[in-house]
Design a binder for this molecule. Structure first.
Ligand SMILES: [Zn+2]
Length: 369
């Protein structure tokens, strides 16, 4: 009887201890990790979008989902003319203070004519005067623009030097999209993700495997890196994982070589998902190790003609899918490849940096205030 009672007491004590241990575990897990349904509660920044027009439905979705936006002007023929992109960005920033910030850009039209640099500088002046927090340079440099002799202009071209020097001197962030995913240089059947196959089928002019006369992936990025070496104080963000998306070790190597550079994951989350199929812990380690230097971005382009509930709902879906991949440990599927993978279950502190704090640190505390 006594022994039995003692046993019962001991068992009761053990159960109580287990319960409190479980509660402590539960508490610490909820302190350390977000849940899927924390999505709307957490303030986030999408630091890579292309928003044109009034975008009322998009901004309503951003408010609901607790997203702030950085919209990037791009010298891209499929987008509205640059003057219109800049005017839209300034209007959005004024209309939604604290919600929208923007980066300007410059056109390469007339690059081979005398006076091009001054014209580009004036475009940068106008963007900065309108409140731009950065300047974007696009892949047309390296992949489309040619000099008078028919040679492709690379990112370290002397005519771009005054622009880099000015941004470096004035501490303005340069957002560089140079080259493309490595898939762009591979035959279609070797490409790792469906969306790249689709994009390069639809944009054959940028499909490098079909244009052996055009610069290699390596030569474009080598020119970018030479430029960065020559401008050590330039505040640089390599968008699209600095075009080294196929292996996080490559991105890590870039970040090690340029200790002040940042990268964003815009339109390349799918490549992290692809690597998570077989190397999940490696991707986790990469994001944790470089947690101060990686920015979230969707690269969603939002057209003036497409400002509808449906278009805004699509952006919401994209945002939520990325959140689930970074925050949860759920088993997930992508439309881009057949194999499943698990969410990365990153700690809160890392999620907060990728989703907000790194963008605030890079673009300044006033960018969204
Ligand atoms: Zn983009």
């Amino acid at each position: 009887m006594r022994a039995a009672r003692r046993f019962a007491l001991a068992a009761g004590l053990a159960a109580a201890l287990l319960t409190s241990f479980a509660r402590a575990q539960g508490n610490s897990a909820s302190e350390r990790y977000y849940r899927l349904d924390d999505f709307r509660r957490v303030t986030k920044i999408d630091a890579h979008m292309h928003v044109h027009g009034a975008a009322e439905h998009l901004l309503a979705a951003a408010r609901r989902d607790n997203f702030r936006i950085l919209t990037l002007n791009v010298d891209y023929p499929d987008f509205p003319p640059l003057a219109e992109q800049l005017a839209d960005a300034i209007t959005l920033k004024q209309r939604y203070p604290g919600r929208v910030a923007f980066a300007g850009t410059f056109s390469v039209v007339g690059f081979n004519e005398p006076g091009w640099t001054e014209k580009a500088q004036q475009q940068i002046d106008a963007a900065l005067a309108g409140g731009a927090v950065g300047i974007k340079i696009w892949k047309n440099i390296g992949m489309a623009l040619k000099d008078r002799d028919g040679r492709y202009v690379l990112p370290d071209d002397a005519r771009l030097e005054p622009i880099y020097s000015r941004l470096e001197r004035e501490h303005v962030v340069l957002l560089g999209h140079q080259a493309e995913p490595l898939n762009c240089w591979l035959p279609f059947e070797k490409m790792t993700v469906r969306s790249d196959r689709e994009y390069f089928r639809e944009h054959p002019q940028y499909y490098m495997a079909a244009h052996p006369e055009m610069p290699s992936h390596q030569s474009i990025l080598a020119a970018r890196d030479r430029m960065l070496k020559a401008h050590p104080a330039l505040r640089f963000e390599g968008v699209h994982l600095a075009s080294l998306e196929w292996d996080v070790d490559r991105v890590a190597n870039f970040l090690d070589r340029f200790p002040d550079a940042r990268v964003d994951v815009a339109a390349r989350m799918v490549h992290l998902e692809y690597q998570a199929v077989s190397r999940r812990s490696k991707v986790q380690r990469f994001l944790i190790r470089y947690q101060d230097r990686i920015l979230y971005g969707s690269d969603d382009a939002y057209g003036a003609q497409e400002d509808t509930e449906t278009a805004a709902a699509q952006v919401h879906e994209d945002w939520l899918r990325d959140w689930r991949f970074l925050v949860s440990a759920d088993r997930l599927h992508s439309e881009d490849f057949a194999l499943s993978f698990r969410g990365l279950h990153l700690p809160k502190a890392v999620v907060d940096k990728i989703y907000r704090r790194n963008a605030e640190a890079l673009f300044g505390p006033d960018a969204w205030h």
